[in-house]
Design a protein around this ligand. Structure first.
Ligand code: MG
Length: 386
C-alpha cells in the first residue's frame, strides 16, 4: 500500500489523482489533502477518502470543511500545506499546488524523506538548484507528473545520461498555432482558454497559448534530467499523442505515446517502478491516422525564446521570468492587457534584472517579490484603454 498526500487536491491534477486512487483501492490510500479555496469540493473529497490531515489556504474555508468531517488535524495557510506534505504516514507527495507556498511545502516534504510526484513545474523554475540539491542530499526521488517529462522519464528508464544526444519536448502549439501574428493582439482570454487537446487549469492553459508552458518545461527538464539548454529541443506536435522523445547518441529516437489524459503520468508516478492497469482509454493509432511535427515559431511566440534566454543566463533570471509571467497572465485573464503584452512584460522585467545569487529560499522569495512588483508596474503602463 502506498500512502499519498495531495497538495492541490481540488484542482485538475488533484481530481485526476483521486480518480487513480479510486481505481486502485488495494494499492493507494489518501493520508492528506490540501486545497486552496474550494471548500465544497474538499469536503466531498474528505468524506469519501477519510484523510488523517486536511488543509486549506484560509481559516474560513477550513472551518466549513472541518464541521462536516473530523480529521485528526485541520490546518490553514502555508503551515497547512507543510502539515499535509510532511505527515509521518505519507510515502508520496503529489505536488500540484502553485506559487511560493507550494515551493516551501515541496522542500519540507523532501526534508521529511517523502517521494515527490511533481506536477507544479514552477517549483523547479523558481528553485531548481535548491530543490534538486535537497533531493540528492536526502536520497529522495522526484518523479515528474508533467506529461512531457513523464514521457522522457519513461524513455530514459535505465539509460546513462552520457547516452543522451538530446531530449525533444512536444508541444500542441495551443489554440493560436495557425493564427497570423497580426491577429494575436486581439485574442480574448475565452479564446485562449479553449485548448485543442488538454483540459487544464486557467493559468497553464494561457501558458500553453503563449508557449510559455513549453518554455517553463524546458527549464524544468534542465533540472530534472541534468541537461544543458542545447540538449533540450521543442517540436510542435498538434495531435498531442507523442508526449515527448529522447534521442540517443546513435541517433535512435525513443518516444512515449498515449492519450491526452493526466491520469496516466499521475499513476506512473504512483506505481513506479511497477506498471499497473490504468483507468484511461487506450490509444487507437488507426483512428489518429497521422502524426505531424513542426518547428515552433519564435517570432509569434516569443515566450519560448525568453525561457531559453533565462535558462542560459542563470537561475535568478528564471525566477524573474516566472514571476513576470504569473503577473502578466493574471492581468490578461482580468482583460487588463492584451495577449501580446504578456511577452513584452516578461522581456522588460528580464531586461531590468542583471542576475544575482538565489541560493536560499529567502533569496528566491525576495527576487520573486521584486519581479512581481516591477511587472505589476509594467502591466499598469500597458493597460488597455476601454
Ligand atoms: Mg506539460
Amino acid at each position: 500500500m502506498k500512502r499519498l498526500a495531495i497538495l492541490g487536491s481540488t484542482g485538475s491534477i488533484g481530481q485526476s489523482t483521486l480518480d487513480v486512487v479510486r481505481a486502485h483501492p488495494d494499492r493507494l490510500r489518501i493520508v492528506g489533502l490540501a486545497a486552496g479555496t474550494n471548500a465544497d469540493r474538499l469536503r466531498d473529497q474528505a468524506i469519501e477518502f477519510k484523510p488523517s490531515v486536511i488543509a486549506m489556504a484560509t481559516d474560513a474555508g477550513l472551518h466549513a470543511v472541518a464541521s462536516a468531517f473530523r480529521a485528526d488535524r485541520a490546518v490553514s495557510g502555508p503551515a497547512g500545506l507543510i502539515a499535509v506534505a510532511t505527515h509521518p504516514d505519507v510515502d508520496i507527495v503529489i505536488c500540484a499546488s502553485s506559487g511560493t507556498a507550494g515551493l516551501e511545502a515541496v522542500l519540507a516534504a523532501i526534508d521529511a524523506g517523502k517521494t515527490i510526484a511533481l506536477a507544479n513545474k514552477e517549483v523547479l523554475v523558481m528553485a531548481g538548484s535548491l530543490v534538486t540539491a535537497a533531493a540528492r542530499a536526502r536520497g529522495v526521488a522526484i518523479l515528474p507528473v508533467d506529461s512531457e517529462h513523464n514521457a522522457v522519464h519513461q524513455c530514459l528508464h535505465g539509460r546513462q545520461n552520457s547516452e543522451i544526444a538530446r531530449i525533444i519536448l512536444t508541444a500542441s502549439g495551443g489554440p493560436f498555432r495557425e493564427l497570423p501574428a497580426a491577429a494575436l493582439a486581439n485574442v480574448k482570454p475565452e479564446d485562449a482558454l479553449r485548448h485543442p487537446t488538454w483540459r487544464m487549469g486557467r493559468k497553464i492553459t494561457i501558458d500553453s497559448a503563449t508557449l510559455m508552458n513549453k518554455g517553463l518545461e524546458v527549464i524544468e527538464a534542465h533540472w530534472l534530467f541534468d541537461l544543458p539548454a542545447d540538449k533540450i529541443d521543442v517540436v510542435i506536435h498538434p495531435q498531442s499523442v507523442v508526449h515527448s522523445m529522447v534521442e540517443l547518441l546513435d541517433g535512435s529516437i525513443l518516444a512515449q505515446l498515449g492519450g491526452a489524459d493526466m491520469k496516466l503520468p499521475i499513476q506512473y508516478a504512483c506505481s513506479y517502478p511497477e506498471r499497473w492497469v490504468a483507468p484511461v482509454s487506450r490509444l487507437d493509432l488507426t483512428a489518429i491516422g497521422r502524426l505531424d511535427f513542426q518547428r515552433p515559431d519564435l517570432q509569434r511566440f516569443p515566450c519560448l525564446r525568453l525561457a531559453y534566454r533565462a535558462l542560459e543566463a542563470g537561475p535568478s533570471h528564471a525566477v524573474v521570468l516566472n514571476a513576470a509571467n504569473e503577473v502578466a497572465v493574471a492581468s490578461y485573464l482580468d482583460e487588463k492587457i492584451s495577449f501580446v503584452s504578456i511577452p513584452r512584460i516578461i522581456e522588460q522585467a528580464m531586461d531590468a534584472h542583471s542576475g544575482e545569487a538565489v541560493n536560499t529560499l529567502d533569496e528566491v522569495r525576495a527576487l520573486d517579490a521584486w519581479a512581481r512588483d516591477y511587472s505589476q508596474k509594467l502591466a499598469r503602463e500597458l493597460e488597455l484603454k476601454v
